[in-house]
Design a protein around this ligand. Structure first.
Ligand code: HEM
Length: 225
């Protein structure tokens, strides 16, 4: 079972995830309205690309965007969750070995203490992100079962990963559950809101281009729009 999940199972789930994300990306770009969204992009590509990179940079920088600075607690939870959610699957020593064996890709491995802190960061932040949805009326009114399901789906591989790390309960059983949950997460990425892993960059790039060219971005440089 272990060999099946870490061999063909892993290749299949990574394949579905990547191909699905490519399709979602193409559909997103094709779905942009050529008059509303793209009319000035090709004519002012340089200003557009500068605006896109600027927007992405300040959003992925903790406290970089105004939205992050006005909600400091949310910012800590968001980055506490996301730093581990992105780094652990790729750079945990146990994962780099499996990726090397299955796909021939070799990444640098994280130091164990750093990996522990990041993994706990994901689990603790996910708990408080869920609590935030339950407790704050302005967030509760926008939250439904789907939001909790996505949070649970995202946190579950990290919870079971920590059970294996500290050898709590039946190690072999939790290891299989952990791998299975990780693969379910990978497969669900293109089909759920988790597609934001790619669409975040595309939508921020589009908004950044918009503000870099129109809406004052090129004011005084030939486009007073
Ligand atoms: C480069 C990769 C990623 C980027 C740029 C990104 C970005 C974002 C953004 C902008 C939000 C919305 C925050 C808000 O509500 O204001 C979000 C939410 C979320 N992301 Fe990601 N994300 C990434 C990767 C991931 C990964 C790998 C996972 C899962 C393992 C994940 C799971 C989630 C979840 C569960 C939420 C909702 C949190 C909540 O309930 O408030 N993200 N992400």
């Amino acid at each position: 079972m272990y060999d099946l999940l870490t061999g063909p199972g892993l290749k299949l789930s990574i394949g579905i995830c990547l191909i699905g994300l490519i399709i979602r990306g193409v559909l997103y770009i094709k779905g942009l309205h050529w008059q509303l969204d793209r009319v000035a992009y090709t004519a002012h590509l340089k200003a557009g690309i500068r605006g896109a990179l600027r927007s992405i940079f300040f959003w992925i920088l903790p406290f970089g965007a105004r939205g992050w600075r006005t909600q400091p607690l949310m910012t800590v939870l968001f980055f506490g969750f996301h730093i581990g959610a992105v780094c652990i699957p790729l750079f945990l020593a146990a994962h780099t070995m499996i990726l090397q064996k299955a796909l021939g890709i070799s990444f640098a491995s994280l130091n164990q203490t750093v990996a522990d802190v990041m993994s706990w960061g994901v689990v603790v932040s996910a708990f408080f992100l869920a609590l935030r949805r339950l407790v704050l009326p302005e967030v509760r009114i926008l939250s439904g079962p789907y939001d909790y399901l996505i949070l649970f789906l995202s946190a579950a591989p990290f919870i079971t990963g920590l059970l294996c790390r500290y050898e709590i309960g039946d190690y072999s059983f939790f290891l299989l559950i952990h791998i299975l949950l990780g693969e379910i997460l990978l497969i669900s990425i293109p089909f759920t809101r988790l597609s934001h892993i790619l669409l975040f960059f595309l939508s921020r790039a589009q908004l950044g281009m918009d503000f870099g060219i129109k809406r004052g971005g090129m004011k005084g440089k030939g486009l007073n729009w």
